[in-house]
Design a protein around this ligand. Structure first.
Ligand SMILES: O=C(O)c1ccc(O)c(O)c1
Ligand SMILES: [Mg+2]
Length: 596
């Protein structure tokens, strides 16, 4: 099916929006009137620009406060419409959106509304234009799709149909099943938007919080199913009013939007991209660093040993149990400081995972950097983190491990078993995009998003995981706790005995994050502990949480560059990440730092 996007969904000047939409692969656009009014280009040039970019103008919108008004007011509306229809002829746009009136002049009179829309459609027909009537969820008298359709049906004019907008329908809690009773050819246009579930005024919700399908809590896929069963054949068009997307760069937003539509089409069996290949484990986390000593010191104190070195690149492999950290001192490191740059994911089918990623518009990275290296399939996540799809120690494809040559080393400690999770702070405008990316490209499941207070702002955090929890990535946005304001990342290491692991780390010269005594006084009030247990936690800075499944004990290392480590002990099927403790941890990480 053809895909389209409303210019209001993207940031920038009209030409930037058009370019971004075309580059992301959309077939058409809805031109939002304000974008045209603010553009220096005459309509003919906008039309030519769209044609050059391979875009059709699928809708011009919105026309407001048209119907069910007193006679003299309606005559003035017709005059206004005549001007707009002439403009649309210059633009080459043949469908106009009329949204249900919010005017205090509008009457609660369906016959009047139908009669006036019929006259409007008559006029539109003279210009070769069709009118799509949409119920705004906050319309004065018409606020539901079925009501708008009854009026369109009563008007009974070939140039008049309805426009369905998933937000207005689902935000009102209307049952979308009734869409199937509308003849497909009378659905002139379909606008798709999702939104996080919130208890708030529907107009504010719509104008500020809409997001792309799959990023919120509305059942947009279910609605699309009803629309398709009604026989709709027009474009699938995204119309998203969102304060973040308004500010973010148009190019990446348009790609995020297209990815959302591709996934929606897949859900409703309108498209069949290669199926997801869900990763089955975290093979390694790769740090880049310009200054290897502090990184080596922390890894050593944590009980890791440097076991191997890459044959052709300045990359060391550090191991303990099934936890592996690559330390890369190559050129990227000198640019970015110490940072988490890449993740190795064990994949049942690396090439299939890369094909899926490519189909969902993830940038595919060059497969090999040196002739002798194993050809690793890799893609870039929205924040730039490189995701490698690995096949470890299987006959084909060659294992990444083969690129590394063992070096003489001490036996690693045995306290750390594997990487429990990776926590990646996202750029402020890419949180929803990141969750959709990891869910759709990698086939992970997104958990609920949680808000956590930081002394200098608010963090939002959302985990994406595979079914058995062997891949857990915590995505977050919020103010940076690092000195230079860069985004922090952390590697959480699973241990069966966090007390022993923390003691070992400290004895080896590592510094653990200090946690205020007030926190432990509160813990003592909330839970019962064995004699001496709480004192041990207090001494080591171990935080504690409990859920219905089990318990979580965790502590943090000092930060090196933009990266720190967490030691975590999960018992009894605890599923979370200690969000309850995050405000205390964030405050402790801030303590002693100059306030920026
Ligand atoms: O918020 C609005 O006014 C508005 C305008 C046009 C639309 O298609 C819509 O869904 C909302
Ligand atoms: Mg709309």
């Amino acid at each position: 099916m053809r895909t389209s996007i409303a210019t209001v969904s993207l940031s920038g000047a009209l030409t930037e929006k058009l370019t971004a939409a075309a580059r992301a692969g959309f077939d058409g656009v809805e031109i939002f009137e304000n974008d045209l009014l603010a553009s220096p280009l005459p309509p003919e040039e906008v039309r030519a620009r769209c044609a050059d970019l391979g875009l059709t103008i699928d809708l011009y919108q919105p026309m407001r406060d048209m119907e069910a008004v007193p006679k003299d007011e309606f005559e003035r509306n017709l005059r206004r419409a005549r001007h707009k229809f002439a403009l649309m002829n210059r633009l080459g746009a043949d469908t106009v959106l009329v949204c249900s009136s919010v005017s205090p002049l509008a009457r609660d009179d369906d016959a009047l509304a139908a009669g006036q829309l019929r006259r409007l459609a008559d006029l539109a027909q003279d210009f070769g234009i069709r009118v799509a009537y949409e119920a705004l969820a906050w319309g004065r008298h018409v606020s539901t799709y079925d009501h708008a359709w009854r009026i369109v049906e009563a008007a009974d004019h070939p140039a008049l149909g309805t426009c369905l907008d998933s937000f207005h329908i689902l935000a009102r809690g209307s049952d979308p099943k009734g869409i199937e009773d509308i003849p497909g050819e009378k659905i002139f246009f379909l606008q798709l938007a999702d939104a996080p579930l919130m208890a708030m005024d529907v107009l504010q919700w719509s104008r500020h919080y809409r997001c792309f399908p799959g990023q919120g809590g509305l059942d947009v896929a279910g609605l699309l199913g009803h629309v398709m069963r009604a026989g709709y054949t027009g474009p699938l068009s995204l119309e998203v009013f969102n304060d973040v997307f308004r500010q973010a760069e148009a190019g990446p937003t348009a790609v995020d939007a297209r990815r959302s539509l591709l996934v929606l089409q897949e859900t409703t069996e309108l498209a069949t991209p290669p199926p997801p290949v869900v990763p089955t484990g975290i093979v390694f986390a790769e740090l880049v660093t310009p200054d290897v000593d502090p990184v080596a010191a922390v890894l050593g104190a944590l009980g890791f040993a440097r076991t191997a070195r890459h044959r052709t690149k300045p990359v060391d492999l550090w191991e303990q149990g099934e936890a592996r950290v690559l330390v890369n001192t190559g050129p990227a490191a000198r640019r970015d400081g110490t940072a988490l740059a890449a993740i190795g994911l064990e994949s049942p089918d690396p090439a299939g995972a890369a094909r899926r990623a490519e189909a969902l518009l993830a940038p595919v990275l060059p497969r090999r950097r040196a002739l002798a290296d194993a050809p690793l399939d890799a893609v870039a996540a929205p924040d730039g983190t490189e995701l490698f799809f690995c096949a470890t120690d299987r006959p084909v494809p060659p294992s990444w491990r083969g690129d590394f040559e063992d070096v003489p080393h001490e036996v690693p400690a045995s306290g750390v078993d594997h990487i429990d999770h990776l926590a990646l702070t996202q750029p402020w405008h890419q949180f929803d995009e990141a969750a959709l990316f990891h869910r759709s490209v990698l086939g992970l499941t997104a958990q609920e998003s949680v808000d956590v207070a930081d002394p200098y702002g608010l963090h939002r955090s959302r985990a994406v995981t595979n079914a058995d929890g062997s891949v857990r990535i915590a995505l977050s946005v919020g103010p940076a706790p690092t000195d230079d304001g860069a985004r922090a990342q952390h590697i959480a290491l699973a241990t069966g005995d966090v007390v022993a692991a923390a003691r070992r780390f400290r004895a080896a010269g590592g510094r653990l994050l200090e946690v205020p005594a007030n926190y432990y006084d509160d813990l003592a009030a909330r839970h019962e502990f064995a004699p001496g247990e709480l004192e041990t936690y207090r001494d080591l800075g171990i935080l504690y949480d409990r859920d219905t499944g089990g318990t979580f004990r965790h502590c943090y290392t000092q930060t090196v560059g933009h990266v720190f480590f967490e030691l975590v002990q999960r018992d009894g099927g605890y599923r979370g990440y200690g969000a309850q403790n995050a405000p205390v941890r964030l405050a402790a990480q801030r303590a002693g730092r100059p306030v920026r």
